[in-house]
Design a protein around this ligand. Structure first.
Ligand code: NI
Length: 391
């Protein structure tokens, strides 16, 4: 199928929903208005609605024709970012300091479009769960919904999610059979030395010099310990110490982020960081302590589901428009938690067209390209009609 005709005809309506969400962005776990809009629309199409999962998460349940007992989960994220929009668009955010800068307004709308279409047509055999999650941006809303029994209450044989991609032309998709995005971990290092007069360094232990060596030494982990054919990033993004130009402080604090694609590399980096931090400090009679917080796991597609998703996208966009070999990116995504528990796939849909849809996500100029709405909705609908095909 190319873009589903009925869904294409829904574009003006979808634009209205999307722009309304864009004007009223909400931060993680505060998506009350968004969730209410979603619930109202779903209920209006006769879809069973469950709210209040992970505070603001919504699940719509739609049963098709037939009695196959099969089920599928389609997921969209609803949260915005703490940024001040600078697009100047007529429907720009009216909430100070909050902005839909990652297109989650578009993702929510695409899933709503698919829900409306599927509720009208019901040309599938099984149950669809429309999962609208809070807090993708750093709040692990997907995991919180799962911890609150998402897949027990709403069993899913498979799950699918998507993200817009301003770096890819509209009409193209990026679908790998394996890892799509990185694991994102955080770290903090406290270096404890001994403060003193800056003119008498030998009387103290300078935590700034030790901290600076740690920053450099951490880079050697990526350069010398990780297989060059694997990927890892260690970025030290904060270094705080001291209060005066002539005083050596007692302590320094560093923190940052670690990104990896492969679980074995993740383990190696964490363990090596700990040794490097502690031993570098010990070499100078200082003490340093690493706190390593594991965040989102890598987003890893299941090959069979990725192949199905690629077939559906090729049907919509045309053969040759589905990129199967793009490198993964070192960003992260909490749909990864769902893919750890269920077979499924996460895809990226291009949205750049001329000057439209080109601003990168998480920038103040970003806007979701509404021309992607029927493509995304057709994808979700196509996955359902294919995977829950009537016998
Ligand atoms: Ni996003």
């Amino acid at each position: 199928m190319p873009i589903n005709n009925r869904i294409a005809a829904m574009q003006p309506e979808m634009e209205v929903w999307r722009r309304d969400l864009h004007t009223h962005p909400e931060l993680r776990f505060q998506e009350h208005r968004t969730a209410a809009q979603v619930a109202k629309l779903l209920a209006g199409w006769g879809i069973e609605v469950h709210t209040g999962i992970a505070t603001t998460g919504v699940v719509g349940v739609l049963r098709g024709n037939g009695a196959s007992g099969r089920s599928i989960g389609l997921r969209a994220d609803m949260d915005a970012l703490p940024m001040t929009e600078a697009t100047g668009l007529p429907y720009a955010s009216t909430t100070p300091g909050v902005m839909h800068a990652c297109g989650h307004d578009g993702h929510t709308t695409m899933l709503l479009g698919a829900a409306k279409y599927l509720a009208e047509t019901r040309n599938f055999d099984g149950t669809v769960h429309f999962i609208f999650q809070p807090a993708e941006e750093g709040g692990a809303g997907a995991k919180v919904m799962m911890d609150e029994g998402l897949f027990t209450r709403f069993p899913c044989d498979s799950v699918y999610g998507m993200h817009n991609d301003p770096s890819l032309p509209i009409g193209e998709a990026d679908i790998r059979d394996d890892v799509m995005m990185a694991a994102a971990d955080g770290f903090t290092v406290i270096v404890r030395g001994k403060g003193g007069h800056a003119a008498r360094p030998h009387g103290g232990i300078d935590p700034i010099v030790v901290g600076a060596q740690i920053v450099g030494a951490l880079q050697t982990i990526v350069a010398r310990r990780v297989d060059p054919l694997e990927s890892a990033v260690i970025s030290t993004t904060q270094f705080h110490a001291g209060t005066a130009g002539n005083v050596i402080p007692d302590e320094a604090m560093l923190n940052g982020t670690v990104r990896t694609l492969n679980p074995a590399v993740r383990d190696l980096v964490e363990a090596t960081m700990r040794r490097v931090v502690e031993a570098t400090a010990a070499a100078h009679d200082a003490v340093a302590e690493l706190t390593y917080q594991r965040g989102y796991p890598p987003t890893v597609n299941h090959a069979e589901n990725a192949r199905l998703a690629a077939r559906i996208c090729a049907g919509i966009l045309g053969e040759g428009k589905v990129r199967r070999d793009m490198p993964p990116v070192m960003g992260a995504e909490d749909f990864s938690y769902m893919l750890l528990e269920k077979p499924g796939a996460y895809i990226k849909l291009g949205q750049a067209a001329g000057t439209k849809g080109r601003a990168p996500v998480h920038t103040v100029q970003y806007d979701f390209n509404d021309d992607l709405l029927p493509i995304g909705a057709s994808f979700f609908a196509g996955i359902v009609e294919q995977e829950l095909k009537r016998g």
